[in-house]
Design a protein around this ligand. Structure first.
Ligand code: ISL
Length: 544
């Protein structure tokens, strides 16, 4: 396995509109992020992933871009972006941006031209089709709508959108589109950014002919279609290969074997990927499923491709709520989940606020929610005659707004996020869960993350060690090893609310061992590995 800086890095994701508001308009901004860079540096991370801050009508919180070369006014301006890049580099960190090129905003000038007439030179920059018998061209569904086709009166045709109506898909079959995007990518790379997180990059190639699918309304046909690897190999040749950067593809609905086609060391496409098996398969925690997913991906990438490890981001609710225990064992659970993500094979990602154990949120009215995906789903379900209170309740756990509430800096008004009215409600538990409290506590979740990140710098086994699951069928304990040369780490995780006994086989139990880290203060360092009692949500790492 070749070494690389991005394999050894820890990435911190900043959803800037919820991070820190510097001008009191109630929305986080890039000046605010600059003011908090020392906080991020103190954690010890190497890379910041910045969610889209480009010009946008903001229907999907920046994922509907109307100008790739302008900065969204509420985020700042080009001068602030240039200052941000410089300030991040001065602190020895790197910055990757979000590349959103499967679709643009319907307010992008390209789309406005394209929809103006059938013979406009940019008509073929997007995907237009005639209806069939007065209806949509096929029976597919979009991520955010019952159909991915929107009728346009002007030219009596439908255009294709994998997401919201306001997000028309670009036509990647058109070389003019591809070369326009490559030019834009070079513009930002030449400004000094250190790579891209590539938004739903496996959707760029569409199923030829857009045929009806046997199972209407599933989404899997949207991705991994013939042609996608040619596009990414061309993107690599034309742009990526000229820079020493991190490229991480967001690749929903992909198997490990197909995932390897995107990130294989000899594929000349991307460095690494986010797959979504956990988020898609596990609505709540299921230890056995999680272990099977990890095993499948470890075997599927087979030492030739690099994984990324995350449990939450701006689209998926906060891990301690969805997969852990966000009440009596919140602190232990947050530390246990971090131990897992930072010791599994692949680059670990920290979503802002997870380092202080921020939790999901439940708002009582649909008006309190901002997420277009959730609001569209709510309207779709209520239109079917379902009880609106029950629909809201059903959508709350998975609403993306769970992870988009403002960063909780301290216990002052609005959690110290803004002196203005925040664009989305602050989680009321900010009075107890906030950065200031964690910085002032010696065994806080923040301090534990710092230790984990520091361990990665000291111990290559955490990055490059071979992985083996030692208790595949246990539904409470997750115990696995990482081995590099003559160093073996045993990671023990009791992912339950019960005290559980662990018996390791003789191969490990008899050996000398050193306790590397644990999330309970009072562990007896002399305890042998023959028979260990792990308390609720207790995590330990031993070196043997
Ligand atoms: O958020 C989801 C479900 O509610 C995911 O399925 C998500 O839509 C999917 O992973 C793609 O996400 C990316 O593209 C979207 C944008 O809304 C997301 O924020 C972005 O992460 C469209 O650009």
């Amino acid at each position: 396995m070749n070494k690389a800086w991005w394999k050894e890095a820890v990435v911190y994701q900043v959803y800037w509109r919820s991070f820190f508001d510097s001008n009191g308009d109630g929305v986080g901004d890039l000046d605010g992020l600059i003011m908090k860079l020392d906080y991020i540096k103190d954690l010890g991370v190497d890379v910041i992933w910045l969610n889209p801050m480009f010009q946008s009508p903001d229907k999907d919180n920046g994922y509907d871009i109307s100008d790739y070369y302008q900065v969204m006014e509420k985020a700042g301006d080009m001068k602030v972006v240039e200052r941000l890049i410089n300030e991040v580099h001065q602190r020895g960190m790197k910055l990757i941006m979000d590349l959103v090129v499967n679709h643009t905003s319907n307010q992008h000038p390209w789309f406005i031209e394209s929809k103006s007439s059938k013979d406009n030179p940019k008509r073929d920059w997007y995907i237009w089709k005639d209806g069939v018998d007065g209806k949509e061209p096929n029976n597919w569904r979009s991520y955010f709508h019952p159909t991915p086709w929107e009728y346009d009166q002007t030219t009596n045709q439908y255009y294709f959108h994998s997401f919201a109506v306001e997000q028309p898909d670009l036509n990647w079959k058109n070389p003019e589109v591809r070369h326009e995007i490559y030019q834009m990518m070079r513009f930002w790379l030449n400004k000094g950014i250190d790579g891209f997180r590539m938004d739903v990059i496996n959707l760029l190639a569409k199923l030829e002919g857009f045929p009806d699918t046997e199972t209407p309304y599933n989404l899997s046909y949207l991705g991994n279609n013939p042609g996608i690897h040619e596009y990414l190999q061309e993107m690599n040749r034309e742009v990526l290969s000229a820079y020493d950067i991190l490229t991480v593809g967001e690749i929903p609905f992909v198997t490990p074997e197909d995932g390897l086609l995107y990130v294989g060391e000899n594929r000349n496409e991307l460095n690494t990927l986010f797959h979504f098996e956990v988020a898609d398969d596990m609505k709540t925690w299921d230890m056995i499923t999680f272990k099977q997913i990890q095993k499948r991906w470890y075997e599927g990438l087979n030492g030739q491709g690099w994984n990324s490890q995350f449990l939450n981001n701006h689209d998926h609710t906060r891990q301690v709520t969805r997969y852990g225990n966000d009440h009596i064992y919140r602190v232990q659970s947050a530390k246990l989940l971090a131990t897992m993500i930072h010791t599994l094979p692949g680059t670990p990602y920290i979503y802002q606020g997870e380092e202080i154990g921020m939790t999901g949120v439940k708002f009582n009215h649909i008006e309190d929610y901002n997420d277009i995906a959730m609001k569209n789903k709510y309207l779709e379900e209520v239109a079917k005659g379902k009880d609106s209170t029950q629909v809201l309740k059903d959508l709350q756990l998975l609403s993306r707004d769970n992870s988009r509430t403002p960063m909780q800096w301290d216990n002052s008004e609005n959690a110290g996020f803004s002196v203005g009215k925040p664009w989305i409600k602050v989680n009321p538990n900010y009075v107890d869960i906030n950065v200031e409290a964690d910085l002032n506590s010696h065994d806080s979740i923040f301090k534990y993350y710092k230790k984990l990140i520091a361990l990665r710098k000291e111990h290559d086994v955490m990055v490059y060690g071979d992985y083996e699951d030692l208790l595949e069928h246990d539904d409470k304990l997750y115990v696995y090893s990482r081995t590099l040369n003559d160093i073996t780490w045993i990671i023990m995780l009791n992912h339950s609310d019960d005290e559980v006994e662990l018996r390791l086989n003789d191969m490990y139990a008899q050996k000398e061992n050193t306790l590397i880290i644990t999330n309970y203060a009072d562990v007896n360092e002399e305890e042998s590995l023959v028979q260990i009692r792990l308390r609720p949500h207790e995590a330990r790492i031993y070196q043997i």
